[in-house]
Design a protein around this ligand. Structure first.
Ligand SMILES: C=CC1=C(C)c2cc3[nH]c(cc4nc(cc5[nH]c(cc1n2)c(C)c5CCC(=O)O)C(CCC(=O)O)=C4C)c(C)c3C=C
Ligand SMILES: [Fe+2]
Ligand SMILES: [Fe+2]
Length: 341
């Protein structure tokens, strides 16, 4: 340290660049109280539930947080990664970070970590850690290929809420939605080709199921709906497939309001009657397999389809920490670090 500094001068850190992968979040365990705590944080977010607080608060605290933790906990029990003692979403998120770290192993001034919007590890705790390690530049990477206020924006909001409390803020960049990046489109196309090559049947239809949002969000200008459709179109064009070979649906409807249609569950129930009895399904809006893909689609969705007269059902996993998945994340990070690195 230079000699002109007074003895009680705060420590001056070497300058580093932080890369923080932001994911949605997941409960710490599947018991009632862990589920309740997670759902309370999630469903209190006004970017997720846009109903005025004075109407929503009594419904949330009166009904939803009484009934939902038990029901959702039972669903999580079915997909929990007991081998690793954790939720699949966090297990895979950790692996993504480890792999991204190793691809920056020769750049010691780049620090890679991950944080959650809801639950642990919290965004605030990870931003504090990055700053303590000397990061004066931080790239936030919301791991949502398609932009939605309910996901991308709230992940960034949470980070900026934490930054609000700092005297000496790092410079911050947010990575944009990456649904149009060739790395993402190519990775999805290849994962479909690989997924289908492993099947002993030829699907009549490949469904791309995206997490839904209320239809009112689209009407208010959220680009999510259009970005989902465009993602599927780009992948279909990359595969050179005709329009009727791929379909977009929206899953995970919550509450009585109309959500984006067509609904995944209703579609799965209706297809066999139309003669479409062999399908493959993937969930391109999720960067990591989680409750909504492993339980709702691969388990419940399959059951709905087979009970309605379906014959073959294959779930193609998310890109996760596969080589293809890491190609996508590395491409986004490399692009957004330009000028800093
Ligand atoms: C009620 C509103 C909800 C909106 C709007 C919403 C949008 C949205 N969510 C994801 C991604 C994920 N959601 C997950 C779970 C989940 N989502 C909601 C509600 C809304 N999501 C709830 C209540 C839950 C919890 C589970 C349950 O009780 O059913 C997950 C999985 C997390 C995990 O731990 O595995 C993901 C991922 C997106 C992409 C999205 C809008 C674009
Ligand atoms: Fe959700
Ligand atoms: Fe649209």
């Amino acid at each position: 340290m230079s000699s002109h500094l007074p003895k009680d001068h705060p420590a001056v850190q070497p300058k580093k660049i932080g890369v923080l992968l932001l994911n949605l979040g997941t409960p710490d365990a599947t018991d009632y109280w862990s589920m309740r705590q997670y759902l309370k944080e999630f469903l209190s977010d006004s970017r997720v539930i846009e109903i005025p607080k004075w109407i929503w608060w009594p419904i949330l605290n009166g009904i939803v947080l009484t009934v939902r933790p038990k029901k959702s906990g039972a669903a999580y029990d079915k997909i929990w990664d007991y081998e690793n003692g954790d939720s699949p979403l966090r297990v895979i998120a950790k692996r993504q970070v480890e792999k991204l770290r190793s691809s920056y192993a020769d750049q010691p001034n780049v620090v890679v970590d991950y944080a959650m919007r809801y639950g642990n590890p919290s965004t605030q705790s990870k931003l504090e850690e990055l700053q303590a390690q000397g990061c004066d530049k931080i790239l936030l990477v919301p791991l949502y290929p398609q932009y939605s206020a309910a996901t991308t924006a709230t992940a960034n909001d949470k980070a900026f809420d934490a930054l609000k409390q700092l005297r000496w803020q790092p410079a911050v960049r947010t990575a944009p939605a990456y649904f149009e990046n060739d790395a993402y489109v190519s990775a999805l196309a290849k994962s479909i080709e690989q997924g289908l090559a492993n099947l002993d049947f030829e699907p009549d239809l490949v469904i791309t199921s995206y997490h839904g949002v209320p239809k009112s969000y689209l009407m208010k200008g959220d680009p999510y709906h259009c970005q989902c459709y465009k993602s599927t179109r780009l992948v279909r064009e990359k595969l050179g497939w005709p329009e009727d070979k791929m379909m977009v649906t929206f899953q995970s409807r919550f509450g009585p309001e109309e959500w984006l249609q067509p609904y995944t569950d209703k579609t799965l129930e209706a297809l066999p009657e139309k003669g479409i009895k062999k399908i493959a399904i993937l969930t391109p809006g999720f960067s990591v397999d989680c409750l909504e893909t492993l339980e709702e689609i691969a388990m419940e969705g399959k059951e709905e389809f087979m009970e309605a007269g379906g014959e073959e059902f294959a779930y193609i996993p998310c890109l996760n920490d596969s080589e293809l998945g890491m190609d996508v994340i590395e491409d986004v990070v490399k692009r957004e670090l330009a000028g800093w690195l």
